[in-house]
Design a protein around this ligand. Sequence first.
Ligand code: SAM
Length: 404
Amino acid sequence: MTANEDFFRERRAAAVFKHGILKRYPVVFASKAGSRVPDRRVIFVDGYAGRGEYDDGSPGSPLLLAQGAASVKEFRNVKGIFVERDPSNFQNLERVLAEYGGDGMSYSLYKGNLDAHVPAILRDAQGSALLAFLDPFGTALDSVQLQTLLMRAGTPPTEVLLHFSVSAVSRLGPVVRKLRVEQREPSDEESKKIVRLNRFLGGDWWQPYFAELRNEDLGAATRIAIRVADVYRERIRQATGFQSVSVHVRMKPEHLPKYILVLFTRHPEGVWQFADALGKAGLEWHEAWRSDLVNKELRKAAAVGQASLFDDDGELSFDRRKYLSSEEPKWIAVIQNNIRRLLDEYSAFRIIDHVDKVYGTTLGSAWIPHLRKAVKSLYASKEITASGVGEFQKEVIQRVARLP
Ligand SMILES: C[S@@+](CC[C@H](N)C(=O)[O-])C[C@H]1O[C@@H](n2cnc3c(N)ncnc32)[C@H](O)[C@@H]1O
């Protein structure tokens, strides 16, 4: 079974996270950004679209984008553009979209390499708000294409949601250390790996990071890949002016991150809404990895003809209410401390300008109501001036002056 076939067999927890975002964020983008363009035209691009759905029937990214378009069809004019290189995946995608019927969305399908279709996509998207989802296997994306999409002509809102594969970068990158330790020239195979990463990351600037690796430990390579992803985001910011917000996605909480989801946007409101979607998707991810675990146990037990220790109601299954009532107070306390730290740094600030710092480690777990509760309780205890009502993310927050 190839990696491509294996990927679409069933939807695993890490995919649940990205799909949780795709269920929510495109709808918000179409509603907000689509109001700022003529005829309320919005384009959703799925640059590495895949098969459309998984073999277990769960919707893939193209169907989730189509469902998002359907939910705004009364007030937005959404077009989908789907690109897929693999012939068998393309055929399946074509069938799945035709069966779905394009409710609320006209669409175009492009067969082949994304790179070849970017000029046509830019022509189609002229004057429309554009949200592109780039979800390559590993490092298939050329950094030039990302920048071309971000820097397209004109001023319509443009955002890109990128799947940055930490596992691929941490697998390919250590070749640089190997060559340094063994003091030799690369083989053809190794040269290909280096060229691939240069293309994905936009130059050879990443090589010194991996050259410093002390050993072949996967954890160390993963930490370097995460550092490389941070520098990559900063380089894109310098080259294009786009800020970004990102979250690490794992198979289970104790695992190393498999990929980083990054939203490139120019708009603080984009960051604000995206962070909200991350928290809600995080809850679905928790549910998913627990149920992956239960299913694995059930399969193991069935294979040896035993009743499992766990079932759907067993101790491993996920109880949303219990989970939230134990975690929410902790998230709110973390957010309150983050607000206090920001007040030490700036004396006055708006949450919308520091969304990632206000969430801090709760990004991908908490969402807007938790921020609101944190602000309201700081206000109730007379620590801050902002009350947490209405559009509280745009209110200036200051400490309440104390009498000497
Ligand atoms: C990770 S899968 C996509 C999964 C899909 N976005 C989802 O969430 O349901 C990546 C897909 O990109 C396709 N692909 C790889 N390189 C490509 C390229 N250069 N241009 C277009 N598609 C490509 C692969 O065949 C594969 O179907």
